[in-house]
Design a protein around this ligand. Structure first.
Ligand code: PBG
Length: 327
């Protein structure tokens, strides 16, 4: 007969109370950021087919939506504008009374203490769907940075606390920081989508934000999913350019990247974006009864936090906050 085991790990798992006592990673409502899609035509509002449970809102609907989010204990929202008028250079992105400035004001009126973060990119505003200005069939990096700076100032002037540039242009953080500072918006922070991969998991978002590229794809600016050393280079560059917080996106297929970036920069708050495809995969399976929604969602979020994310952008934010309050 073999010897009895010297250490019995099952002692830690014997009861729910015991498991609670030794749990290493805990989720709380304050970990989450709720993304919101805002449209300027009421015809465009309503459920998003490829993201069951997520809707697009008009500015006038936003007050109630945001009130409920703040009530749930979620401290922050991330705003995406989905305008109906688009052109080659995304001019509607810098209108002082454009969709995002209006949305920012509506959020502030509904919830005074809410952290309002705005996505700074051009893809929802351009008729070609790319994240920048096109010159000779390529995204022109430096012309795009100029525009991104203007968008950031427009959002900060409307009251955004943070801007989150997601275009993956070289030098975009430096351009935005100096534009904000020149406009006396030095208190506006930058949450940089520093490490953003060219991912198939953005599919449903492109329906939601009406921003699919009309030619080619985003692989000349978003990162190759095969690379992690490059992620560390991107993170360092953005910090050197003045980013206050960093983001890795998507989350679940990139837990190693989250871990590496957090280990390299332990003193910088790190966000992870659980993107639309991650949401829709679980939601679709749950709707068919193939997965337990609540358990799958909590497990995925716990894994992202365990990997090293300090905050998580997730379409389930306020729903999970509700679950956590019940338990
Ligand atoms: C736009 C942007 C995208 C997402 C956030 N900002 C799409 C893209 O880059 O194609 C994806 C978010 C999601 O899938 O939930 N630059």
């Amino acid at each position: 007969m073999s010897n009895p085991p010297a250490r019995r790990m099952r002692r830690f798992r014997a009861t729910e109370s015991m498991r609670n006592l030794v749990r290493e990673t805990r989720l709380s409502a304050s970990d989450f950021i709720q993304p919101l899609f805002v449209v300027d035509r009421s015809d465009d509002a309503g459920p998003i087919e490829s993201m069951p449970g997520v809707a697009r809102h008009t500015v006038s609907q936003l007050g109630d939506v945001v009130g409920a989010i703040a009530e749930s204990g979620v401290p922050a929202v991330l705003l995406f504008g989905v305008p109906s008028n688009k052109d080659a250079t995304g001019r509607s992105a810098i209108e002082p009374v454009g969709i995002v400035p209006q949305a920012i004001r509506a959020c502030r009126n509904a919830a005074k203490d809410l952290v309002i973060i705005s996505d700074v990119c051009m893809c929802s505003y351009t008729d070609h769907g790319h994240c920048g200005v096109i010159r000779e069939d390529r995204v022109d990096n430096d012309a795009t940075n100029q525009r991104l700076g203007e968008i950031a100032v427009c959002h900060a002037n409307a009251g955004a606390d943070w801007v989150a540039p997601s275009a993956m242009m070289d030098g975009m953080v430096a351009a935005i920081r100096s534009a904000l500072d020149d406009a006396k918006c030095e208190d506006a922070g930058i949450l940089s989508y520093a490490v953003k991969y060219a991912s198939s998991f953005y599919g449903p978002f492109r329906d939601a934000a009406d921003c699919a590229p009309q030619f080619s794809d985003r692989r000349t600016y978003q990162m190759d999913p095969a690379n992690v050393g490059e992620a560390l280079a991107e993170a360092k560059l953005d910090l050197d350019e003045g980013a206050d917080m960093l983001m890795v996106k998507p989350a679940m297929a990139y837990l190693d990247v989250i871990h590496r970036v957090k280990t390299a920069h332990p003193d910088v708050p790190l966000a992870a974006y659980q993107v639309s495809g991650e949401y829709s995969m679980i939601q679709a399976a749950a709707l068919r009864g193939w997965l337990d929604e609540k358990r799958a969602v909590l497990e995925s979020l716990t894994a992202i936090k365990r990997a090293g994310a300090d905050m998580i952008i997730t379409y389930w934010a306020s729903k999970v906050a509700g679950w956590l309050r019940e338990s």
